[in-house]
Design a protein around this ligand. Structure first.
Ligand SMILES: Nc1ncnc2c1ncn2[C@@H]1O[C@H](COP(=O)(O)OP(=O)(O)OP(=O)(O)O)[C@@H](O)[C@H]1O
Ligand SMILES: [Mg+2]
Length: 380
């Protein structure tokens, strides 16, 4: 059941074979998230061509090899034209494109089935350097990204495919932007379990053009990297011409160059609440663990998130007025529907139940439920 080693016989250093130096390692799963239309597919097409040609990409070495691109998200008419265009941007001739195999699902609406995963595993064993899967939500339309067991199962399978040799890069749409929150703050849907399964994870967002003299600049944040030190975000400029699309590194404007402590705390709050509502006390502790944030920073983040309408503050009337938070904007039935409300029941660490059942059972409240604004009062 176990292979037992004494620690003195274990490997003494991390032998990382990078596919894309410092970013994506061979044999591992990496995640690239970003809002729709931000430029994930174009960026990844350029990385694929760089791998196929064995050329550095964004000033980082790549390992040369075959590439497999599995496209559940769009189709050949949309993705195809990017290849010659980014190849021209990299100064590569069309030969390299022969080393990229573009896989178009025959029935894309069904998503990536067991059969499809097995077929991918077979291909992964034939030694490609990079497998790109575009995208999580299109490939696994029936997986609820808030269900940890579902997400973990898919991630485990993709990790198996990576273990056969290639770097596997999974593209992911980030949740709908919430006004007042940056893409980084909003993070990746179901991020906790997706991030747990990936060795490195990145978030792509667009730098407001007014901050960069109208240029087309993307920001690539590293959310996680198990194999290299965490780095500051990269500024990536896209340079368009009729025949070519080139990518090059550029400095980010000061306000984009480094996320603030409050921004990091906001992201951690949203990640934690994705798993369900939380009493304030637990939330503060979990955010401290995740983002190394002090209580005051988390408080500030919570206030900003409530104000932005991204989360709701629940107060329990009566002694102490305990406070809890939950994500706003999740499908929620009218307040008097107790079956739906039960979904928001949860216990804190002391086993105290937070329940919203009070609405349905208290006739006065059921008749006249409080408006679900920033703050929701729950009378128990
Ligand atoms: N000729 C052009 N000049 C400038 N920008 C362009 C041009 N053609 C396309 N774009 C932009 O490039 C982006 C292409 O993005 P891409 O398809 O890579 O996004 P994505 O993140 O993969 O999106 P999705 O999540 O929808 O798959 C779009 O935002 C589009 O507006
Ligand atoms: Mg895309």
């Amino acid at each position: 059941m176990f292979r037992v080693h004494t620690a003195d016989t274990l490997p003494t250093r991390h032998e990382v074979a990078w596919l894309w130096e410092g970013m994506v390692a061979q044999g591992t799963l990496a995640l690239l998230g970003g809002p729709g239309g931000v430029g994930k597919s174009t960026l990844v097409a350029a990385l694929e061509v760089a791998v196929a040609a064995g050329l550095p990409f964004l000033e980082r070495e790549v390992a040369q090899g075959e590439v497999i691109h599995v496209d559940f998200d769009t189709d050949a008419r949309l993705q195809g034209p990017w290849y010659p265009r980014v190849a021209a941007g990299l100064g590569v001739n069309g030969e390299a494109l022969k080393r990229i195999r573009y896989l178009e699902p025959e029935a894309s609406t069904r998503g990536l089935t067991d059969e499809g995963l097995k077929a991918l595993m077979e291909m992964a064993r034939q030694g490609p350097a990079l497998v790109v899967l575009d995208s999580w939500s299109a490939a696994f339309p029936f997986v609820d990204s808030r269900r940890s067991d579902h997400v973990a199962e898919v991630m485990a399978y993709l990790k198996e495919i990576a273990r056969a040799g290639p770097g596997v890069l999974l593209l992911d749409h980030t949740p709908k932007p919430v006004q007042g929150l940056t893409a980084l703050e909003r993070g990746i849907a179901g991020s906790f379990y997706k991030l747990a399964g990936a060795r490195s994870a990145f978030l792509l967002s667009r730098v407001p053009p007014k901050l960069v003299e109208g240029r087309d600049v993307l920001k690539l944040d590293t959310l996680k990297n198990n194999l290299a030190p965490l780095e500051d975000p990269l500024g990536i400029e896209r340079i368009w011409s009729p025949e070519a699309l080139a990518f090059s590194l550029t400095d980010l404007p000061e306000e984009e160059a480094r996320p603030s402590k409050v921004e990091l705390a906001k992201r951690a709050v949203l990640e934690v609440l994705e798993e369900g509502p939380r009493p304030r006390k637990d939330l503060i502790r979990l955010v401290a663990e995740r983002a190394n944030a002090r209580e005051r920073t988390t408080e500030e983040a919570l206030r900003a998130l409530v104000q932005a309408g991204a989360i709701e503050r629940l107060t329990l009337g009566g002694q102490g007025g305990a406070v809890a938070y939950r994500l706003a904007g999740l499908p929620q039935a009218p307040l008097r529907d107790s079956a739906a409300l039960r979904k928001t029941d949860f216990a804190d660490e002391d086993g105290r139940m937070f329940s919203a059942k009070g609405f349905a059972e208290n006739p006065e409240l059921a008749e006249n439920p409080p408006a679900p604004e920033g703050e929701v009062e729950v009378e128990l």
